[in-house]
Design a protein around this ligand. Structure first.
Ligand code: PGA
Ligand code: ZN
Length: 437
């Protein structure tokens, strides 16, 4: 497939900050992709290049990354034939020449890589999910179970709650669309409950509610359990059974509340006091015995490998333990995790690593080792629903793409509904067995 044009431009993400869109043209087709952006980013992530020019978009402009596509990448790929994704992506990596994509910026490289996936699919008369399945060697028939973040804390809110995401998992249904409907109904019930309690129902970056539960700056002892109790109330009001139809999941994003002054990164500032890694493990153990929690992401911080090891030994058989900041979608970090028997699942975010090929490599490695994969959005998103096709194309089994509000989140769910309809009776849905626990 010959690329005959490559254009980049600055567009806006869901937070109103600039991001990069790339448009690739072949002889017969054209395809676009927009790169997302995180807020609670892992230290090991590929570099997101920002202009730093305070006179434009508070320093967050991406004109340098756009220029890198136009002036460096485009001349190297336009007029050339790329028969498959791996060839394009390895050229992009070679041209960049750094291990963390800091020369061009991952936000310059990734949209080229994603747009190529779309162009490849079009050229082969396939949908994007089919094109990805073809590359990945999977059936591409599995609709993912949604992990819906309906209550926000941490860096995605300002309510003093340490845990970043409280999700519901409607896993006890036969199809994706039934699961989604149940999840959305719980979201609406939660809104009613919050309103009745006089709490605000404004939504956070990922479309979940983010009310302050008390006037304190730091949410105190028991505040996290209060949130989970609210979620159970909402599940019940929606007419569903918690623990058999709808479960809970947490993204603690604990690298954000670890005490960075403690040199081993093993002290956590949680509900108003300092806790050791072991104490955090005990807290999670207590929570999973009281609440129907299926999945805990980043329960401990990205440098706390010993703590992660204990966490996995103690809870790894009872709950899915997802590494996000810990693995940053990087096959090298994941390999270390597999070797050390740390975590049992990996969060998959394309822009943490910066090419589609490396993302697929990480997913392949995870599947081979028996780790589950959760394809994920970023807190800064766009209308680009690439991850919906990625989740189906790779038979990932799970997707985390926010709540039931904000078009940047629902765009992904809507794309999954389209894929489900197109697959018809061929569509598979794993439900709770996607969690392997
Ligand atoms: P981020 O948050 O996109 O801000 O990193 C999502 C997550 O931590 O999973
Ligand atoms: Zn996370």
């Amino acid at each position: 497939m010959k690329i005959i044009d490559c254009q980049a431009r600055e567009v806006l993400d869901s937070r109103g900050y600039p991001t990069v869109e790339v448009e690739l043209t072949s002889e017969h087709h054209q395809a676009r992709a927009i790169v997302p952006s995180g807020a609670s980013t892992g230290e090991g992530e590929a570099l997101e290049l920002r202009d730093g020019d305070q006179k434009r978009y508070l320093g967050k402009g991406v004109l340098k990354a756009v220029q890198n596509v136009q002036k460096e990448i485009a001349p190297a790929i336009v007029g050339k034939d790329f028969v498959e994704q791996t060839i394009l992506d390895s050229l992009l990596r070679k041209l960049d020449g750094t291990s963390n994509k800091s020369h061009f910026g991952a936000n310059a490289i990734l949209p080229v890589s994603m747009a190529y996936s779309r162009l490849f699919a079009l050229e082969n008369k396939k949908s994007l999910s089919e094109g990805i399945a073809h590359q990945f060697g999977t059936s591409g028939l599995t609709l993912p179970v949604p992990l819906m973040n309906i209550f926000n804390g941490g860096k995605h809110a300002d309510n003093g709650i340490a845990v970043q995401e409280f999700m519901i998992i409607p896993a006890g249904f036969n199809t994706f669309s039934e699961s989604l409907r149940a999840g959305v109904e719980v979201f609406h019930q939660l809104k009613k409950i919050l309103t009745k309690k006089g709490l605000t129902t404004a939504v956070g970056d990922e479309g979940g509610f983010a009310p302050k539960l008390s006037d304190e700056k730091e949410a105190g002892p028991g505040s996290h359990e209060k949130v989970m109790t609210l979620l159970l109330e909402a599940i019940d009001s929606a007419g569903y059974k918690a623990g058999s139809q709808i479960y809970l999941a947490l993204d603690c994003a604990s690298s954000e509340f670890v005490n960075k002054e403690n040199k081993n990164h093993t002290e956590y500032w949680f509900e108003g006091s300092g806790r050791t890694s072991n104490e955090m493990v005990q807290i999670y153990e207590k929570w999973i015995s009281h609440y129907p929690i299926l999945s805990i992401e980043d329960g401990l911080a990205e440098h706390d490998w010993d703590g992660w090891s204990t966490l996995t030994q103690k809870l790894g058989k009872k709950v899915q333990l997802v590494g996000d900041d810990l693995f940053v979608t990087n096959p090298e970090f994941l390999k270390k995790g597999i070797d050390l028997k740390v975590a049992n699942s990996i969060l998959i975010k394309l822009n943490q690593i910066g090419t589609v090929t490396e993302t697929l490599d990480a997913m392949r490695m995870a599947h081979t080792a028996g780790y589950t994969t959760v394809v994920s959005h970023r807190s800064g998103e766009s209308e680009d629903a690439f991850i919906a096709d990625l989740a189906v194309g790779t038979d990932a089994g799970q997707i985390k793409t926010g709540s039931a509000s904000r078009t940047d989140r629902t765009a992904k769910y809507n794309q999954l509904l389209r894929i489900e309809q197109a697959l018809g009776s061929r569509a598979k849905y794993l439900g709770k067995s996607a969690f392997k626990i």
